[in-house]
Design a protein around this ligand. Structure first.
Ligand code: 6PG
Length: 233
């Protein structure tokens, strides 16, 4: 069963693979809970980056989910073509979207008018995301919301980030309010380079300093290295 939303629960695993697998199980049970609580569609927002691919691959093996009622949205994506190696859409399609019959709603970040692309995605979003998977960078960013950036004060549901410190520089991202309003927020973080920031993100403070604090009350899956212990990576 999923932990109740807002639990701030932290689970630490000896290895990256164990954290990714436990996260997959929790996301599947969260989606199952959301599907059983509704007769309509369920919105699942996913992150890109390198950490979650195995989680999506493990999820794609499940036949216990009514995938046809799941809409996959993106927490963020890079402003690149959908077939680009840097595309979060490509990552998610390769690891999940091409394997189960979900509806995938792509951020069209490659459009010349980035602001128009952001506005169009905001219109495509449901009122509330039911289940959301976030990641975190060593600088404490989540989605494409970076420390000290104006995006953190934005009320926009989807925004254009033109100067991401993490390449590529141009991205579309869900805004802070959409993350705050999400039902079940899950954070998957691994690696010793993020250990100090995990502790800061889970402590009280401003999201301007540590945007990943937006997930502070979520359910966290980390490996021992990210927890400051001694482990792989
Ligand atoms: C992105 C992600 C981003 C990611 C973190 C962690 O588009 O880059 O959405 O927010 O979750 O940067 O990335 P890693 O999993 O690669 O460490």
């Amino acid at each position: 069963m999923s932990s109740k939303p807002g639990s701030g629960e932290l689970s630490v695993y000896a290895t990256v693979a164990e954290a990714q697998a436990a996260c997959a199980d929790f996301l599947l049970s969260s989606l199952a809970d959301a599907l059983s609580a509704s007769t309509g569609r369920v919105a699942f927002a996913v992150s890109g980056g390198s950490t979650p691919r195995p989680t999506y691959e493990l999820m794609s093996a499940s036949r216990a989910i009514d995938w046809e009622r799941v809409d996959v949205f993106f927490v963020d994506d890079r402003c690149v073509a959908p077939e680009d190696k840097d595309s979060n859409y490509k990552l998610v399609m390769d690891s999940l979207g091409a394997k189960v019959p979900v509806r995938v709603v792509r951020m069209e970040g490659e459009r010349k008018d980035r602001e128009a692309a952001a506005a169009a995605y905001a219109k495509a979003l449901p009122r509330r995301i039911d289940v959301m998977l976030l990641g975190m960078g060593p600088d404490g960013h989540t989605a494409s919301l970076f420390p000290g950036h104006a995006s953190l004060a934005s009320h926009a549901r989807v925004l254009f980030e033109a100067a991401s410190p993490k390449p590529p520089p141009e991205r579309l991202s869900l805004g802070p309010h959409v993350i705050r309003e999400a039902g079940i927020v899950v954070m998957l973080v691994t690696g010793k380079d993020k250990a100090a920031m995990v502790a800061k993100a889970r402590a009280a403070g401003s999201i301007d300093e540590v945007p990943a604090r937006l997930a502070r009350d979520g359910t966290w899956f980390i490996d021992e290295a990210a927890g400051g212990g001694s482990s792989e990576s």
